[in-house]
Design a protein around this ligand. Structure first.
Ligand SMILES: [Zn+2]
Ligand SMILES: [Zn+2]
Ligand SMILES: [Zn+2]
Length: 300
């Protein structure tokens, strides 16, 4: 019975807080489902489990354990990152089948590139690429987001944010369901700016080159973004999962006098993931320049 209960009381159930309803439907006491959930997932709060996440992520790197550990600890150094001061600010990552690590969130006090430069200055003899260095970053460290980052409420920002969330939710589910996907470079990004940065060259003097933002640069672009097979047309379309997402579309709306007008509204879509991802990539083409202009206007 526990096995059966475990199989129906996964993360989804916890997340959507519908455990009570599910219990009612099944005619089981809620406690029963909670127990099933405990059997299903293990959450570790130890430092060791956080380190295990990095090891899992960097398995393919030829780096020695010693260097990885050095880079990992560097991210947590005083002056590099700090506690949020809010105990409820917790991040959780999967470190194995049904096993999770959980840790209080730390905030970065600099950009990732600045941290990398600090590291290479402190350890000039260690040859480590920025990407490998960033892969050693503890998962619970994230960038400070100035409030003014996301002030534009235009249709374009709303649509891009929504598509980004749908894409990442789909990806997270894919990665959690497929152990085979562990060995890849496809990440679940927390913020649009992180995924946007992958499609741009590194900043110079803390800003992106305008040619990169305008997508005129030959070195960067949305093709820099790695996708999972199930997110592209190359994936097996027969088994493709259906995803729910939203986009703006012009819709006929009936008004007084038996007339119809066209109005731009958010329309709910249920399509194969490929369609969602190609919509998101299309938005990403012009997003950096739009974001840049919105931020610039905000500072005036
Ligand atoms: Zn906007
Ligand atoms: Zn950027
Ligand atoms: Zn570029």
């Amino acid at each position: 019975m526990n096995v059966l209960v475990a199989s129906i009381s996964g993360e989804k159930v916890t997340e959507t807080r519908c455990r009570k309803n599910l219990a009612k439907k099944l005619g089981l006491p809620v406690r029963r489902l909670s127990r099933g959930n405990r059997i299903r997932t293990t959450i570790s709060k130890s430092e060791k489990s956080c380190w295990a996440y990095v090891c899992r992520k960097t398995r393919k790197d030829a780096l020695s354990e010693e260097i990885k550990r050095l880079a990992y600890n560097f991210w947590m150094k005083h002056g590099i990152s700090r506690h949020t001061g809010n105990k409820a600010d917790v991040k959780r990552e999967r470190i194995g089948p049904k096993t999770y690590s959980s840790h209080q969130v730390y905030l970065l006090e600099k950009t990732q590139t600045e941290v990398y430069i600090d590291f290479t200055t402190e350890y000039p003899c260690i040859k480590l690429s920025q990407r490998s260095f960033e892969n050693c970053k503890p998962y619970f460290i994230r960038q400070v987001r100035p409030k003014d980052r996301q002030t534009c409420c235009c249709r374009y920002h709303v649509e891009t944010k929504s598509a980004f969330k749908s894409c990442m939710n789909f990806r997270k589910k894919l990665l959690n369901e497929n152990d085979a996907y562990d060995e890849n470079n496809v990440h679940v990004y927390d913020y649009i700016s992180d995924i946007v940065d992958v499609t741009l060259c590194n900043k110079e003097d803390n800003v992106h080159k305008i040619s990169c933002l305008k997508r005129d640069c030959g070195e960067c672009g949305i093709n820099k973004l790695e996708l999972l097979p199930k997110e592209t047309a190359a994936g097996d379309l027969d088994t493709a999962q259906i995803v729910k997402w939203e986009r703006f579309e012009k819709v006929d709306i009936k008004v007084k006098g038996n007339k119809t007008i066209k109005k731009l509204v958010l329309v709910k879509k249920e399509t194969k993931a490929v369609e969602l991802f190609s919509h998101f990539l299309e938005l990403l083409k012009s997003f950096p320049l739009h974001q840049h202009r919105a931020t610039w206007q905000n500072k005036q």
